[in-house]
Design a protein around this ligand. Sequence first.
Ligand code: FAD
Length: 500
Amino acid sequence: MTDNRIRNIVIVGGGTAGWMAAATLSRILGPDYARITLIESDEIGIIGVGEATIPQMATFNRMLGIDENEFVRATKGSFKLGIQFVDWGRRGHSYFHPFGKYGVDMQGVSFHAYFLRLHQLGEAPDIDQWSLQAKAGQMDKFMRPVDAGRSPLSDIAYAFHFDAGLYARFLRGYAEARGVTRREGKVVDVTLRGEDGFVQSVTMEDGTTIEGDLFVDCSGFRGLIIEQALDAGFTDWSKYLPCDRAIAVPCESVPEWTPYTRSTAHKAGWQWRIPLQHRTGNGHVFCSEYMSDDEATAILLANLDGKPVADPRTVRFRTGHRNKFWVKNCVALGLAGGFIEPLESTAIWLIQSGLSRFLTMFPDKQFNQADIDRYNRIMATDYEEIRDFIVLHYHATERDDSPFWDYCRNMEIPERLAEKMRVFRSHGRCFRENEELFNDTSWFAVMHGQLMTPQGFDPVAEVMTLDETRARLAHIREAIANSAEYMPNHRDFIQENCAA
Ligand code: FAD
């Protein structure tokens, strides 16, 4: 019988995507299944941004068997309970998109329905009071969930901020300890097999060729194999998400390490703020059609917590994804596969989901086309669903103070999103469709936060009397306030458990 097993895996790229792939494959396949080689070039370097995550990152760490405190220490990281959006719905207004859920669903009816009923009576102005993550975030509090019965403290959802360079180094240590071989140097050529166009080998600058059965393209935006050699093509979404540049600059940190990412909307884009233990990461994402690099840099530098600790750096990008993420014997992950701007910190999750979906379809040397097609279809759906959620932030706004916001408010949007907005506008209902990443809480947080006003509330909320609704919501609000009060300060928690 022919041996069809993949014996030789070559990963090109040693950024977050490359090392996540190396760590995962070495962990899942074990030391004897296949040889794993990772090629990276110190001269080219990594993108070095990508420092905010979503709660699924904790699952990734658990899958690798990584100790969370060790990970936070090694990456000089901090914890994240959600994102604060400033000046998005209108200038001077802000809201919090928390992880986890608001309140509790009751009698089979979503919490949002009860909230909206009171909100529309003017009795519940602030949804944050029903989210422990939002409440604790605003008080700079953090702890991990504990076993506390029905208390909100049992159910704290969180993610991480970390230093991207340190994260790649951390995963490199992990992967090398599990047998992954790192090759330093530049890939200058890709050789395709004559008979079927599969990738046979890559050639390094020093002339060495490295052959493989399976190639994982993690080479960043350039898509060295997937695009330059295999012509996967690109689905361009810049009409929905017109921002195409970012200026990034770290600055000195401030004493309070806020347990959330902040996103502040500006004239032609937005600025991120990510607190780490040793510095604060900042960047201004903007649309070059409406703003020059100089103006974007000036706005960024005028809005930092402290002194910059490096020179501002420009990153250019295009929003969209490869028409095919997996072509023949090459699968692309990370920026090589596609890019959606970091407004909801989804890119690292897309690497994670790409890897886990790939492992469920792991090929043999025959590379069954049906498996490849399925993978490509599912990944495209992941990207589209996230795209729609990001577009919502730009489109559902009252901002009319610049041509950029006029464009975003009036632009054509994908029909799937348009339908979600119509459904929300009638009775404030939100749904998680199929397996989409963002759940109903996230959709509600952003639609409500962006100042969309439903005409009414879900009529089913009237299964409960108004008095009982008031009493139950008051009870939940109190439990959340008490829990937030009980939690330690975020910085203190880090100092005690995982200080770098
Ligand atoms: P890179 O980091 O670019 O790595 C590419 C690797 O390929 C490098 O090691 C390079 O040396 C190697 N390479 C390239 N060409 C060659 C060659 N010819 N020979 C040898 N090696 C080569 N994601 C989030 O989840 N959260 C965020 O907050 C977030 N913020 C972001 C902000 C911005 C402005 C941008 C642009 C992205 C952000 N992302 C974020 C996305 C995140 O940065 C990336 O998904 C993540 O870093 C993965 O990058 P990568 O490994 O695909 O690419």
